[in-house]
Design a protein around this ligand. Structure first.
Ligand code: ADP
Ligand code: MG
Length: 334
């Protein structure tokens, strides 16, 4: 048996395929970049299930012309100080400096960006390791387009979900960002067809956008220490936990069962057993008390004090219900 080191172009494709394994990953990474840039308007466009095109436009901080050539370089990031300890206290959604790089390896990356105070915009094209930069004009903010995803990875292309299935997941993903980041203008366009335009003022408005007014009229505000959002009144329940949404420091996460249980326990006897409420809860923890660096998609977040966070969640939900006597109406399954 011979052990060989992979040639760099093969190693690059393998590594990039771990960061971006499907169009959904591109959408998540680009949206998180827009949020990190402080955007208040985020437009997502998808064609061909995201394999033909994913584009995200934002009105955020932009990238200065003298820095833009580094954006698609692997491990190049503006979000982490170059010290070993910095990764222990991440406060941005991105920090690995790999998303734009991976998008350029797996597809064709095009980026146009301008900070509001800069005269003239910069345009970057990156495909594999080839990066070209030129000057152009553009509105303030950043527009990133990734085309022909996995054209260089035919095996990866063949194992992708059908476009309609990917679009469903992308729509649900954008919905989760809307729920956890109300107050922004959101738009999702699929194959030229506008799917969602949301500008909810608050969590209740976001629930109305994503789940309709019937649900939005039946939620209560939760406002506890490090726990904010909404929870449904006991009369609005579901057989599944599929509408229990949590974010940690702005990042939508797969909720640990302990947190789902904490919400349900906050209802005490108000909730029949075996049903779940709807909730959208934004948790805030000190950066050093959470670790998003446990999985490539960063949807799994390790919390240093999970029991403490769960207790705060349970308390906040219980107080929200106690403050609203109407919440004690008779339960009925929807
Ligand atoms: P990361 O987000 O982990 O830093 P990325 O590869 O996603 O890595 O992005 C690289 C860098 O490009 C970011 O650190 C940021 O400086 C810049 N950047 C990317 N997208 C945007 C955007 N939408 N607005 C402003 N800057 C951006
Ligand atoms: Mg990023």
């Amino acid at each position: 048996m011979t052990i060989r080191v992979l040639p760099p172009h093969v190693a690059r494709l393998i590594a990039a395929g771990e960061v971006v394994s499907r169009p959904l990953d591109v959408v998540r990474e680009l949206v998180e970049n827009a949020l990190d840039a402080g955007a208040t308007r985020i437009e997502v466009e998808v064609e061909g299930g995201g394999l033909a095109l994913v584009a995200v436009r934002d009105n955020g901080a932009g990238i200065a012309a003298d820095a833009v050539a580094l954006a698609p370089v692997r491990h190049a990031t503006s979000k982490l100080e170059p010290t070993a300890g910095a990764v222990e206290r991440v406060s941005t959604l991105g920090f690995r400096g790999e998303a734009l790089w991976a998008a350029a390896q797996a597809g064709e990356l095009h980026l146009v960006t301008r900070p509001a105070a800069q005269v003239g915009a910069a345009e970057v094209r990156a495909s594999g390791e080839d990066v070209t930069v030129r000057r152009t004009s553009a509105p303030a903010g950043t527009a990133v387009t990734v085309r022909d995803l996995f054209a260089r990875l035919p095996a990866r292309l063949r194992t992708q979900a059908p476009p309609a299935a990917e679009v469903r997941e992308i729509t649900a993903l954008v919905g989760r960002y809307v729920l956890h980041h109300p107050g922004l203008h959101w738009r999702l366009t699929v194959d030229g067809d506008p799917r969602l335009t949301h500008a909810p003022a608050d969590h209740r408005g976001a629930v109305a956008s994503v789940y309709g007014p019937l649900s939005a009229n039946r939620v209560l505000r939760v406002d506890g220490e490090g726990v904010r959002g909404v929870v449904s009144r006991p009369e609005l329940t579901r057989a599944r936990r599929d509408r229990m949404h949590f974010s940690v420091n702005g990042r939508p996460v797969l909720a640990p069962p302990e947190l789902e249980r904490a919400v349900i326990e906050g209802f005490a006897e108000l909730l029949p057993s075996g049903v779940a409420p709807l909730c959208v809860l934004d948790l805030t923890v000190a950066p050093e008390d959470h670790n998003p660096n446990v999985h490539p998609a960063k949807q799994v977040v390790a919390l240093a004090d999970l029991p403490g966070v769960a207790a705060r969640v349970q308390g906040a939900v219980a107080s929200a219900l106690a403050a609203h006597p109407l919440a004690r109406a008779a339960p009925a399954l929807i």
